[in-house]
Design a protein. Structure first.
Lengths: 146, 390
């Protein structure tokens, strides 16, 4: 997986690295679709998680796709990651490349306000229909605890 | 409005607990043929990921167990593994074996739960009663090991809370012999019942290609001929030492999904037996934590064969970083992605449960079928709304 991460990084102008449990590659948001296609073509046919992480101090939201395969020989995990501005977080939806990302992108849109452009159905999923206010997984959403 | 649209009506099922928890199914039907179906989820969303950001690492242990009440051990394990990867520690071998034993007991329990739900959805209240009743001996076993019936919180960073009680292997053997006898009864009354076969064979077929494309997990994936099981693909805890076989079926229908669970119960019993027969001696908590326990408590621990949770674990801080863990929970692959910023609370905890991965199957499988097939397909998926909603 590390090798694939490095190849994507060098071809698309990003950086790569390793964390416990997965290798990763970081590319600019406008390269995400191309990077996803490369990873998909290398045989990583599904995503295990789509995660958005709010980083208010950097003014960014990071979005991470953990991709992998069910086929023996490529069952490691490769994370494709990027960062988008917090005040206008947009990036192309990767559902066309990875149909398994559909519900997870929709959830991250709902919880952090990241707009996945081209997603077939960015609608409420887990929150109540009449929910209003800050996206709850943003850091400025306050949790009231007893 | 076209003629085809005029012919169809919208059928709302739920959200008042149609089966295994609150969710709603929005179906469009033409006569009794389902044209399309949309799952409407979120009714049991408990904000687990957000709550984790205001809890300490240890407090998150009971939190992640709650969404999957029949399979708490595997959720406990997935989370604890992610924490350990962030810390760069591994539980001692004996603790890894004990975790594996509980994880497999939990799997049997969860599969019986799922088979019971499938039974009642097919209209067999006897199958439901039998399966639910036969969970009890497994819950008793788990209670003996952990002190709790369902929410064990048995696995903690670096180890487990209690050692094996004396005579546990013998009692487990008795439970398994009982269950083996019962599975034969089940076959006659339930699995090979002509009505059950008619309702499940050839119904709700998921092809291998679609299962892979949609990222389906667990028995639902393996019933479509894909031999992917995290216990084999990325082995953790005691699994590398055990003789483990991935259970698959080729048909991809409701019956195949049922049979994978049945065969996995047998496989899990084998795994527990093997693990108990070769469990190594030794400590049940990593040195990093046990050395922080005062000598007086260490004596108590030796005597009681239990762990006194040290203050260093209660106020655990983890250096900034990130880690991913995946385990094969009863309903499929469970993924934790944990991000630390060095504070006492996780900065971000991503928890992708097997039921959430599988929710897409409602829309994919329940179409061009009869309304009466809805419960059969739903039941065969072993979908658990609280686990999906988190």
């Amino acid at each position: 997986m590390r090798e694939l991460a490095e190849r994507v990084a060098s071809e698309l102008g990003g950086e790569s690295g390793e964390s416990p449990g997965f290798a990763w590659v970081r590319v600019p948001p406008e390269k995400m679709l191309e990077a996803a296609r490369m990873i998909r073509e290398a045989g990583l046919e599904h995503v295990k998680a789509v995660t958005a992480i709010d980083r208010p101090e950097e003014g960014e939201i990071e979005v991470v796709y953990h991709a992998s395969s069910y086929e023996p020989g490529r069952r490691g995990v490769l994370a494709l990651r990027t960062s988008v501005p917090r005040d206008d977080p947009r990036l192309p939806s990767l559902v066309g490349v990875w149909p398994s990302a559909e519900y997870m992108e929709r959830e991250q849109w709902e919880m952090l306000g990241v707009v996945f452009e081209g997603h077939p159905r960015l609608e409420r999923l887990l929150l109540p229909e009449d929910f209003e206010g800050v996206h709850p997984l943003r850091k400025d959403y306050e949790v009231r605890t007893a | 409005m076209s003629e085809a649209e005029e012919r169809t009506i919208e059928l709302l099922i739920g959200p008042q607990h149609p089966a295994s928890g609150h969710m709603r199914l929005v179906a469009r039907v033409d006569g009794d043929v389902v044209v399309e179906l949309r799952p409407d989820i979120g009714y049991v969303h408990r904000t687990v990921e957000k709550l984790a950001e205001v809890k300490t690492y240890l407090q998150v242990v009971p939190l992640v167990e709650r969404p999957a009440l029949a399979d708490t051990a595997n959720h406990n394990l997935g989370y604890v593994l992610a924490v350990e990867r962030l810390l760069g520690v591994e539980a001692p071998p004996r603790a890894q074996y004990l975790r594996t034993v509980l994880a497999e007991i939990s799997r049997i329990h969860s599969h019986l739960y799922g088979l019971g739900i499938l039974g009642i959805m097919l209209g067999s209240s006897t199958a439901f009663m039998w399966c639910f009743n036969d969970r009890e001996p497994l819950i008793d076993l788990a209670q003996e090991l952990t002190g709790a019936r369902l929410t064990y919180s048995y696995m903690i960073p670096g180890g487990v809370r209690r050692d094996l009680p004396p005579g546990f292997a013998e009692r487990a053997e008795k439970v398994f012999r009982y269950l083996e006898r019962r599975l034969k009864d089940y076959e006659r009354l339930y699995f090979r019942n002509p009505v059950v076969r008619a309702r499940t064979e050839g119904v709700g077929v998921l092809t291998r290609e679609d299962a892979v494309r949609l990222g389906v997990v667990g028995p639902n994936l393996r019933a479509s001929g894909v031999a992917y099981d995290v216990r084999e693909a990325d082995p953790y805890e005691a699994y590398p030492d055990l003789d483990f076989h991935v259970v698959t079926r080729e048909e991809g229908d409701c019956a195949a999904r049922m049979w994978v669970r049945v065969d996995e119960i047998r496989e899990s019993m084998r795994l527990v037996r093997e693990a108990l027969s070769k469990i190594p001696d030794g400590p049940i908590l990593h040195e990093r934590f046990s050395k922080a326990i005062p000598p007086k408590w260490r004596e108590w621990m030796e005597e009681k064969r239990r762990v006194k949770i040290p203050a260093a674990m209660v106020s655990l801080r983890i250096p900034p970083g990130e880690a991913l863990s995946r385990v094969e929970a009863a309903r499929g692959e469970l993924t934790f992605y944990l991000v630390s910023d060095g504070s006492p609370n996780p900065y971000r905890m991503r928890m992708v449960t097997p039921s959430f991965r599988n929710v897409v199957l409602f829309r994919h499988l329940i179409r061009d079928c009869r309304v009466a097939d809805i419960p059969a397909i739903y039941g065969s998926l072993d979908y658990f709304p609280p686990e999906a909603d988190r």
